[in-house]
Design a protein around this ligand. Structure first.
Ligand code: HEC
Ligand code: HEC
Length: 319
């Protein structure tokens, strides 16, 4: 009898560990499953995300700049759009973008739906418009059928962005080693990586990079503790003005959405202006300009090791 009781207690204990959300930390694990996703929409959105008919000359799709096998970015200092035209800012990853509180570095789109119309119309990205895109898609009987199977009103701008956004919400890189540690698996991190996480908290990185996405939930000033833009020794571009471009308020100059660090380890170069090539330099710059400290090399190394443990899995991602 006592043995049964013991077994029952062990069962309860292990069930509690599995359900328990988890270690009490300022970062939470990404969800392993997303039961609420509409898989038909995800499928259609996937095709549209890879469809070059969304661009004026049929050469560029969303996936040209957000390469899913390579971290959801183009890993270029600035993106290259239709006709080889260079943009003015680094492309962030589309992975986990559904967890950001707004979209774009300056937060000019509130939702993924709103965001998706941007590149289609942007003259230096896809340089097209809904009229052209819809005319092209309507000439494809297979596309017409796919839309009609889901939507009463067939191919419309709204239905295109709804599908793409649902696909993007499926781009979640769960099950990183750090998430496994958060869920109680002590063996998921080495002591050095764990020390990196502790430093990330104690230096105060966590005050800006936190939550599920380790970022993506607030705006912050670039250069809180030092004049980043002056010391960068490069002309100020419109993109450098950040949030100011949306609000027109002087006090919003150089504010940016704090980027997610989930895939930072595999998506160089860093910052909106791609001013540094390596994660090591990025951590040093953050120390200097956001925290006012020259972080010792050994601490930088440990934090870089921690950032590497944040890279999770997705069937499209090939790290
Ligand atoms: C020519 C390259 C290019 C193309 C094509 C492109 N993007 Fe982007 N994308 C970018 C750049 C650059 C940014 C950052 C712009 C900014 O913040 O001002 C961005 C930002 C985003 C973001 C915001 C992510 C975040 O964390 O803020 C999402 C989501 C996104 N793109 C999805 C898409 C979708 C969907 C398409 C296709 C409809 C697309 N992109 C086409 C380059 C591109
Ligand atoms: C005051 C808020 C704040 C603090 C504190 C902070 N960051 Fe940042 N972090 C930002 C902002 C804002 C950006 C984007 C800046 C830009 O692109 O110009 C950023 C960008 C980054 C990037 C580049 C990500 C990318 O994809 O380009 C890394 C890496 C990073 N931070 C790591 C850290 C580390 C490590 C610490 C602690 C040593 C830290 N941050 C502290 C706000 C902060």
């Amino acid at each position: 009898m006592l043995n049964y009781l013991k077994l029952f207690v062990i069962f309860l204990y292990s069930a509690a560990i599995q359900c328990a959300d988890i270690r009490h930390e300022p970062i939470q694990p990404l969800p392993l499953h997303q039961p609420d996703l509409n898989l038909k929409l995800v499928d259609l959105g996937d095709r549209l995300f890879h469809d070059t008919r969304l661009s004026q000359d049929g050469t560029i799709s969303c996936a040209s700049c957000h390469v899913l096998s390579a971290g959801g970015t183009d890993r270029l200092p600035v993106s290259v759009g239709v006709g080889g035209i260079k943009g003015g800012i680094k492309a962030p990853t589309v992975y986990n973008s559904g967890f950001n509180f707004t979209q774009f570095w300056d937060g000019r789109a509130d939702t993924l739906e709103e965001q998706a119309a941007g590149p289609v119309h942007n003259p230096i990205e896809m340089n097209s418009n809904w009229h052209e895109v819809i005319a092209k898609l309507r000439r494809d009987p297979d596309m017409v059928m796919s839309f009609e199977a889901i939507f009463d009103d067939g191919i419309t701008p709204q239905n295109i962005v709804v599908s793409i956004a649902e696909f993007e919400r499926s781009l979640v890189t769960a099950n990183s080693r750090f998430d496994r540690w958060l869920k109680g698996d002590d063996s998921a991190l080495t002591d050095f990586e764990l020390s990196g996480y502790r430093l990330f908290k104690s230096y105060g990185c966590i005050s800006c990079h936190q939550g599920k996405n380790v970022g993506g939930n607030l705006f912050a000033y670039m250069g809180a503790m030092g004049d980043y833009f002056k010391e960068r020794k490069k002309e100020i571009t419109p993109a450098d003005l950040g949030r100011f471009n949306v609000t027109g308020k002087e006090e919003d100059k150089h504010f940016f959405k704090v980027p997610s660090l989930r895939l930072a380890a595999i998506n160089p170069p860093y910052f909106h202006d791609s001013s540094v090539e390596t994660l090591t330099e990025a951590v040093q710059v953050m120390g200097r300009y956001q925290l006012g400290r020259d972080i010792p090399a050994e601490d930088v190394k440990a934090m870089v090791a921690f950032l590497n443990t944040l890279v999770g899995e997705h069937r499209r991602l090939k790290p």
